[in-house]
Design a protein around this ligand. Structure first.
Ligand code: SF4
Length: 386
């Protein structure tokens, strides 16, 4: 089971945010200071990683967070130049930067484009002020619309926006309005996520104290279905559970996660996955900006949790990731590269899913139907080994 990839994706975690969105469980800090110190440490880590992996070339780079647009375009330029100095990056490399509407300016976009950013992913979440306020986002609907306009004017021809559905109290009609507004912006890629109540978030507290009643499963399922039907009807491809794109505008970086390919992460809390010579390892960097800076400056690796993945875990991940996508899961590939014969071991489960209209099988390929995608996580666990 040896998979060797020289073609790698790099994730860069920028941990700064203005304030905490109520639903967020990512690692971030709200301090306004320390950007330069962080960029120094990040560049050192990039050097460390490039020395450890000298024979790779990058095909995608993704600045995520946190809020990468909190850093100045100059800082992003510096990081990108350093990445180019340390790694061989393909000319066709997709380089995405997540931005929040309140940070977007015409001058900033121009600098980012000049620095080599090829794709913007804009955290709109909603075009309705009430919902933005509820989620404690920093921007309002006017800023969201203005940011979209500026991205178009800067001629980023590949850009994405995120929307959240299942906001408590939001009606179906309001969700439809959000989708229409999103499409009108001209974004070539739209990601839609259901609002989930994660532990240790302000939203979780509001729910457990009874201050907020989350949207019901039926409401979120209905809104998800509306998004699929509407976006597909106007030419978006529903290529992954949460992702819709114009033809040739899929997120290459995210596709690589879903294809279970190797990626490296730099920055506090960033994850990496590396599978080579029969050994697959996942590790996570320290989730503390201060410790991250101190560790890297000392010349040490900030990776602090490292897990060697068992064959069963790899099979589980492959099944889970592949069934999220419209390409589905190639059973021959699963057998050859992961050593698991799904047809043999899960015949009963596959049949039941087919009969319930949750899954389609075409030769050695299985895919979830739209109905199946609604319950993707639940279904994939039924196909796991063991
Ligand atoms: S901007 Fe993004 S990372 Fe920052 S708090 Fe909000 S959701 Fe979390």
């Amino acid at each position: 089971m040896d998979l060797i990839y020289q073609d790698v994706s790099l994730y860069v975690h920028i941990p700064f945010c203005i304030q905490r969105c109520s639903y967020c469980d990512f690692y971030f800090v709200t301090t306004k200071h320390g950007h330069d110190e962080f960029v120094d440490a990040l560049c050192l880590e990039i050097t460390q990683v490039s020395r450890k992996f000298p024979d790779i070339s990058l095909s995608t780079v993704y600045f995520g967070g946190g809020t990468p647009s909190r850093l100045s375009p100059c800082a992003i330029t510096r990081i990108l130049s350093h990445i180019h100095a340390c790694f061989d990056a393909k000319l066709t490399c997709e380089i995405t930067l997540e931005a929040n509407p309140e940070d977007v300016t015409a001058a900033g976009l121009e600098k980012l484009k000049h620095a080599g950013i090829t794709r913007i992913s804009l955290g709109v979440q909603s075009f309705r002020d009430e919902e933005l306020h509820f989620m404690n986002r920093c921007h309002n609907s006017e800023q969201a619309a203005q940011a979209c306009k500026l991205i178009n004017e800067a001629e980023f021809d590949r850009w994405s926006l995120d929307l959240i559905f299942g906001v408590p109290g939001a009606s179906t009609q309001e969700w439809q309005e959000n989708l229409h507004r999103a499409v009108e912006t001209g974004a070539t890629h739209i990601s839609t996520y259901s609002l989930t109540v994660e532990p240790h978030t302000p939203l979780h507290k509001q729910v457990t104290r009874g201050m907020i009643k989350p949207a019901s499963g039926n409401q979120t399922a209905e809104q998800f279905q509306i998004a699929i039907e509407f976006l597909e009807s106007i030419g978006f491809e529903h290529y992954e559970v949460s992702s819709f794109a114009h033809p040739n505008h899929r997120s290459r970086h995210n596709m690589r996660y879903w294809n279970h390919t190797n990626y490296l992460g730099v920055g506090p809390s960033a994850h990496s996955f590396w599978w080579q010579d029969g050994r697959a390892v996942r590790w996570e960097n320290i989730r503390s900006l201060r410790s991250y800076n101190e560790t890297v400056i000392k010349g040490e690796s900030p990776a602090n949790s490292r897990e060697t993945l068992s064959d069963d875990t790899l099979v589980r991940e492959k099944i889970m990731l592949a069934l999220r996508t419209s390409e589905g899961l190639d059973l021959e590939h699963l057998w050859k590269n992961y050593g698991f014969d799904l047809l043999k071991h899960k015949q009963k489960e596959l049949k039941a899913m087919r009969l319930q209209g949750l899954l389609i099988q075409e030769g050695a390929l299985i895919r979830l139907t739209k109905k199946g995608l609604h319950v993707c996580d639940r279904l994939t666990t039924k196909l796991w080994p063991g």
